[in-house]
Write a protein that binds this ligand. Structure first.
Ligand SMILES: NC(=O)c1ccc[n+]([C@@H]2O[C@H](COP(=O)([O-])OP(=O)(O)OC[C@H]3O[C@@H](n4cnc5c(N)ncnc54)[C@H](OP(=O)(O)O)[C@@H]3O)[C@@H](O)[C@H]2O)c1
Length: 455
């Protein structure tokens, strides 16, 4: 065996503790896979007095990231702090000091990927980030290496386990959003402040990372249209179910040329350039989507993650597993360390040219041009003429109706009643114009709720 690989762990919370457990608890296995021993040399934290897992050697714990980064016996710095401030300094500092970096930090890559990867190339060092998307699911390697012969044409993914847990509890146990969130917090799936999970931000960061690998686009935050699950009412889960659909928070990337129907009959949910001229486009969005009960992603339950990737050569492939948690995420971090130990990661990194300025020719489709079918739920006055007003507005925008559900009102002229309309394909821009007019109708009792349909 060649030289020992020295490792500095910067951040030893949930994921860092898991990494320490694998490195120290399975040292022989790791050394066998890497072809060399690995030695944990530093554990940098914010509060050294905090009680830690007994496997973490107390003599390695400090608050001195600089000493860890500049230790000549450290070859890899594992950044597991999170956030974009200190984490960025640690990563750039490590690269400048000639160290390879492993990180699980999607927020850092989504916000500063270009800077981080340019610094890595300048320093001729490698940045590995398998754990940054879908935790224990090896989607970064699948996209970047195993599917390398393909041009990916679409990605549909459940990338936020907290949201999927909440939606599953609402659908299967009839819980309200508030009750399901509380249950997620009780079980440790949701933070005390769950905003980044339920408003789609976390999934958008992960989609930005996947879009870089699959399409070479460095999507800016505003280019990823985002809608969370925090506005979903139990009523919409019930209506969706009645129509044969399940609501999932999906992170999606659709290229203009993608059509996922075997017979070609189904339209792509990509943009207006589907068959047009100009550079190839990719539409990126995070939003609740109605999927048919029989769709593979509709069956992903609880806190699990899943990623469907369509490749032009392979067809449809699915990756599923635990998207977060101490040990699943550590599994991915240590896989990166093994790849660095073997020397594979360095060669793949150099060849992939991720976050490079040249890209791969794709441009991000403006959200308003993305085409979809839509689920539209209104609360309307139970009066003659209301339906005619709504259908006229939709017709003005050339949006045709596929189906309509209105249950019989309990008593005539009473409180507003829900009305559900499912449309045929329309551009998001036209649909939103119609929505603004519908919301302004005197007969509309509350802002309309709408979601994309997955077919
Ligand atoms: N948790 C998951 O399931 C999961 C899954 C996939 C990816 N990730 C990503 O993994 C990263 C780490 O997440 P986590 O859940 O392990 O976070 P965490 O439990 O909050 O742990 C953060 C660690 O960083 C340390 N830290 C914070 N600020 C620091 C500073 N300024 N200097 C030195 N150390 C500092 C903390 O020190 P103290 O221990 O002293 O507080 C703690 O050890 C994040 O980027 C996250 O997005 C997490």
């Amino acid at each position: 065996m060649s030289d020992t690989l020295g490792i500095a762990l910067v951040g030893c919370g949930t994921v860092g503790t898991g990494v320490a457990r694998v490195l120290l608890g399975h040292a022989d296995r790791v050394a066998r896979c890497a072809g060399r021993a690995m030695a944990l040399r530093h554990v940098v934290v914010r509060d050294p007095a905090k009680a830690r897992d007994p496997i973490v050697p107390t003599e390695l714990v400090s608050t001195d990231a600089s000493a860890a980064i500049h230790d000549p016996h450290v070859h890899v710095v594992v950044e597991l702090i999170g956030g974009t401030a200190t984490a960025k300094d640690v990563v750039l500092g490590a690269l400048a000091a000639g160290k390879h970096v492993v990180t699980a930090n999607k927020a850092l890559l989504a916000a500063h990927g270009t800077e981080v990867f340019e610094a890595a190339r300048r320093a001729e060092r490698t940045v590995c980030f398998e754990a940054a998307v879908a935790g224990g699911v090896p989607i970064i390697r699948a996209l970047g290496e195993s599917l390398a012969a393909n041009q990916v044409t679409a990605i549909q993914a459940i990338l936020n386990g907290t949201s999927n847990f909440i939606l599953t509890a609402m659908a299967e146990q009839g819980m309200t959003y508030a009750a399901a969130l509380k249950e997620a917090q009780r079980l440790g799936y949701a933070e005390a402040d769950p905003t980044l999970d339920v408003d789609g931000s976390d999934a958008a960061h992960k989609l930005a990372v996947l879009a870089q690998i699959a399409f070479g686009v460095a999507a800016k935050p505003h280019e990823i249209a985002r809608q969370g699950i925090d506005t979903i009412d139990a009523m919409d889960i019930r209506f969706a179910n009645e129509l044969g659909y399940t609501i999932k928070l999906l992170a999606e990337a659709w290229t203009g040329g993608h059509s996922h129907a075997a017979n070609g009959a189904k339209l792509s949910r990509g943009g207006a350039h589907a068959n047009g001229n100009g550079p190839p486009t990719v539409a990126l969005h995070v939003a609740p989507v109605l999927l048919r009960h029989t769709d593979l992603l509709a069956q992903v339950r609880g806190a699990y993650n899943a990623v469907l990737v369509y490749g032009d050569i392979v067809g449809e492939t699915l990756y599923q597993g635990p998207g977060a948690g101490m040990m699943p995420t550590a599994s991915s971090v240590v896989a990166d360390l093994i790849d660095l130990g073997v020397g594979r990661a360095q060669r793949t990194f150099a060849a992939a040219k991720l976050w490079g300025r040249e890209g791969r020719g794709f441009v991000v489709e403006p959200p308003e041009r993305v085409r979809s079918r839509f689920y539209l739920r209104l609360l309307v006055a139970d009066k003659p003429g209301v339906l005619a007003d709504i259908t006229r507005i939709l017709a003005d925008e050339e949006i045709s109706i596929s189906s309509l559900v209105q249950h019989e009102a309990e008593e005539e002229g009473g409180s507003p009643v829900p009305l559900v309309i499912v449309t045929h394909y329309a551009s998001t821009g036209r649909f939103r114009r119609a929505l603004a007019r519908i919301n302004a109708l005197p007969s509309t009792a509350a802002p309309a709720v709408f979601f994309s349909m997955g077919d």
